[in-house]
Write a protein that binds this ligand. Structure first.
Ligand code: NAP
Length: 267
């Protein structure tokens, strides 16, 4: 049985994706912060005849990210699908600039850096699960990274922080796809859908415009569609291959982000 990990599976679009993968015969490791929601999802998947295990971790602390990677390693010897989906929106639980447990700007930490570290820690398992896919759930909301103030100590806005973290995921995806060429592992990213009816969108005060099913269709395409076999380093706008912000195609910016991320995560 092939094993998938979906981060941020306790709510929103991740929850739908986890259920779909389980119904297609995957064993799904479902991650989130909230144990009650995690247990409820596992019960739901089991009741439908699927296999799932909940793994709890707060991605706002790099120590927890490492702990999550270790927990995945205790659950399985191989991972054929990793979906980095967990994230916080422009407002989250509270407006204003916040920092992670490690002193990093919170959206950069949770939406990007946690996935960077998790992916690197899980690569041996993903290599053991080839052919394997990595899917990074980014957004159409993208803002170039200001390398002079990555932690947004000046001119902070929640939207800017969110959009910077989402573009960082795209730079990472393209960089990772290059590094994994010929390994049997592909890495792609996407904007799942605009203003899906989820907690993040409701917290940010935006009016939902699409359903989680639409976003789940887009994520599932990158995760399992035969058309995407062997294709890597791509950005999709929902179902359509598209171009991200220009910074994603700037090799020097990608190298700079990689170097910074390796330093910040101690890899
Ligand atoms: N909604 C949209 O329209 C939209 C548009 C573009 C991109 N996206 C992207 O799609 C992804 C999913 O968004 P969504 O709308 O489904 O969000 P959501 O309903 O708010 O769910 C977010 C998920 O991430 C988890 N999470 C949040 N902060 C976390 C932390 N510090 N540590 C661990 N887990 C954490 C949550 O866990 P808990 O259940 O424990 O809170 C939850 O499972 C995000 O990456 C988002 O940026 C969404």
């Amino acid at each position: 049985m092939k094993v998938a990990l979906v981060t941020g599976a306790t709510d929103g679009v991740g929850r739908v994706v986890a259920r779909r993968l389980a119904s297609q015969g995957w064993r799904v490791l479902v991650h989130g912060r909230n144990p009650e929601r995690g247990a409820a999802l596992v019960r739901e998947i089991h009741a439908a005849g699927g296999k799932a295990t909940f793994l709890q971790a707060d991605l706002a602390a790099l120590a927890e990210v490492r702990r999550l990677a270790d927990a995945v390693g205790r659950e399985t010897d191989s991972l054929s699908l990793l979906i980095n989906n967990a994230g916080i929106g422009s407002i989250g639980d509270a407006p204003g600039r916040r920092e992670s447990a490690d002193g990093h700007e919170l959206r950069f930490a949770v939406n990007y850096l946690a996935g960077f570290l998790l992916t690197h820690r899980l690569l041996p398992l993903v290599k053991a699960g080839t052919p394997a896919r990595i899917v990074n759930v980014s957004s159409a909301g993208q803002q170039p990274i200001d390398f002079d103030d990555v932690m947004l100590t000046r001119g902070y806005s929640g939207v800017r922080a969110y959009c910077q973290s989402k573009l960082a995921q795209i730079l990472f995806t393209i960089d990772l796809a290059d590094a994994l060429k010929g390994s049997g592992i592909t890495a792609n990213c996407l904007h799942p859908s605009t203003y899906m009816d989820t907690t993040m969108v409701r917290q940010s005060g935006n009016t939902p415009m699409s359903s989680v099913e639409t976003g789940a269709d887009a994520i599932m395409q990158l995760a399992v569609s035969p058309q995407l076999e062997g294709r890597s380093g791509l950005y999709f706008n929902v179902m359509t291959e598209s171009r991200a912000n220009a910074q994603a195609y700037d090799a020097a910016a990608r190298a700079r982000l990689r170097q910074l991320s390796l330093e910040l995560t101690g890899l």
